[in-house]
Design a protein around this ligand. Structure first.
Ligand SMILES: Nc1ncnc2c1ncn2[C@@H]1O[C@H](COP(=O)(O)OP(=O)(O)OP(=O)(O)O)[C@@H](O)[C@H]1O
Ligand SMILES: [Mg+2]
Length: 309
């Protein structure tokens, strides 16, 4: 089943952070920069827009489109502050790349300003080109590292096969704590690769865990992810005592989401998480009681390389 094929690229956009690929040292203008001076800034740097910054803080964005509109209107010269867009969609350096990617797609922007979390200082800009460049670089390095890991540590897994024991890992996820998003999925992925599990199986386990982890962060007060690794099967159990899901069938439908605005602003809430989990699993079970909590069980068969039955 082609649909289940999870590419290395898809996995990396969850794993890499904006800060890993963004351009630092941005070209920028200040609010009082004159529109008439903007042409040179855009042309000399071959860019189609630039952030407007006041004392390190991002206050707006001015694009080639704004510039052209100003020319077209034929008004007098003015400061960019009068022509810029004030409501800027930006991303934080420590956010997963998938978010920047989602936002670029969703709003059709060419670039997103990148801010340092906390102080809100503008530290760079990210474009689709940066994302692709970063992915390609990482792909090259990642492949080599995965090879080293699987040869160096495959004996660990043979040991487990020999005494038929299982490895169990537990991760606690705090609700609302977006700064640690992706940590459990990342940890599991490293472990599986070190154990010599194939990249394709590892990818499916990591994506399922990532989506479940995001749901814990967005919809609950937190919960627990427990992973059991056996020679033939990887089991992932996710539990929370959050609000519960009233209609499971509906929640599983691609596109269904109750994500609040703050989640959507982060580039999530497309209603694809549970659907992705399903695609990555050989077996999946979701049960929930409103007011009590939700329990998700995912099984991935280690021998089942392409995920098809
Ligand atoms: N652990 C949970 N507790 C309560 N509700 C949940 C939980 N997980 C999912 N849901 C509900 O199921 C819906 C669908 O979840 P799903 O992961 O498919 O999409 P999403 O999280 O809204 O968007 P996306 O995953 O694409 O960012 C959510 O919007 C939410 O209403
Ligand atoms: Mg989700």
């Amino acid at each position: 089943m082609i649909e289940r094929e999870i590419t290395k690229i898809q996995e990396l956009v969850y794993e890499l952070r904006v800060g890993d690929v963004m351009k630092r040292g941005v070209i920028k203008v200040i609010p009082s920069t004159q529109m008439s001076d903007l042409r040179a800034v855009l042309r000399d740097n071959r860019i189609s827009g630039t952030p407007v910054v006041e004392e390190g803080r991002l206050v707006g964005i001015i694009s080639l489109e704004d510039f052209i509109r100003w020319l077209y209107d034929g008004g007098p010269d003015c400061a960019v502050v009068d022509r810029m867009t004030r409501k800027v969609i930006s991303v934080f350096e420590d956010e997963p790349l998938i978010q920047a990617f989602n936002n670029l797609e969703r709003f059709g922007f060419g670039r997103l300003p990148v801010l340092a979390r906390g102080i809100g200082k503008l530290t760079g800009v990210i474009t689709k080109g940066d994302i692709i460049g970063g992915l390609l670089k990482k792909l090259d390095i990642g492949y080599r590292q995965a090879e080293i890991h699987s040869t160096r540590s495959s004996h660990i897994f043979e040991d487990i096969v020999a005494d038929k024991s299982a490895l169990i890992f537990e991760y606690q996820v705090s609700g609302g704590d977006f700064s640690r998003a992706g940590n459990s999925a990342g940890g599991l992925k490293t472990t599986l690769l070190r154990l010599g599990i194939s990249p394709q199986i590892t990818r499916r386990a990591a994506i399922a865990t990532y989506e479940a982890e995001m749901n814990l962060i967005f919809f609950t007060n937190g919960g627990k992810i427990k992973t059991k690794i056996e020679p033939e099967i990887i089991q992932i159990e996710v539990e929370d005592d959050g609000p519960g899901i009233p209609d499971i069938d509906q929640a599983l439908k691609p596109g269904f989401s109750t994500a609040p605005e703050w989640v959507r602003e982060l580039g999530f809430g497309a209603g694809m998480g549970l659907h992705n989990i399903q695609k990555c699993s050989d077996r999946m079970n979701l049960s929930s009681t409103v007011g009590k909590g939700t329990r998700l069980k995912v099984e991935i068969l280690v021998g089942n390389e392409d995920g098809s039955e």
